[in-house]
Write a protein that binds this ligand. Structure first.
Ligand SMILES: Cc1cc2nc3c(=O)[nH]c(=O)nc-3n(C[C@H](O)[C@H](O)[C@H](O)COP(=O)(O)O)c2cc1C
Length: 139
């Protein structure tokens, strides 16, 4: 059994990405995992790059929805990133979430966790997810 955090980077409740995510969660729960789901549809700013988190005990100065997500991220063993394909990449919401994880890093080192990427798109071209997957591999 693992603690799984599912982060949905779509602003559309019950849209394609949300529904794909819920199917994943159903299977994960049936397999005995503990799952928390977070929709990034609320107020979420991008990283300011101020660096305050690096000298302030990993506390981000931006008081938005990320403050509730940091503790969930910390305790999760598996992170599931879900996003609609936006301009052949992940959504801005999901990218902001990832950038804001900088607060959890120390000397550019991050906790090692298993990850999953779930995506939906309008296109069914074989190339559709190329850039998103390339970014995800680096991440
Ligand atoms: C701003 C925007 C950009 C999009 N860019 C692409 C794209 O580059 N390629 C693509 O195949 N679909 C694109 N789409 C379609 C969405 O990826 C697709 O409809 C997705 O399933 C929507 O998921 P949702 O229901 O969770 O919002 C775009 C949609 C929006 C709103």
């Amino acid at each position: 059994m693992s603690n799984i955090l599912v982060v949905v980077g779509s602003g559309v409740r019950n849209g394609n990405t949300d529904q794909l995510t819920d199917s994943f969660i159903k299977g994960a729960v049936e397999a005995g995992n503990k799952v928390e789901k977070v929709n990034l549809s609320g107020y979420l700013e991008g990283c300011k790059g101020c660096g305050a988190c690096q000298i302030n005990h990993h506390q981000c100065v931006i008081k938005d929805t990320m403050q509730d997500i940091y503790p969930l991220f910390e305790k999760a063993e598996i992170i599931v990133l879900a996003s609609p394909l936006y301009f052949w990449s992940i959504s801005g919401r999901l990218k902001s979430f990832i950038d804001r994880l900088y607060a959890m890093s120390a000397n550019d080192e991050y906790a090692h966790k298993d990850t999953v990427l779930l995506m939906t798109s309008g296109s069914n071209g074989f190339y559709a997810f190329e850039q998103a997957v390339s970014f995800y591999r680096f991440f």
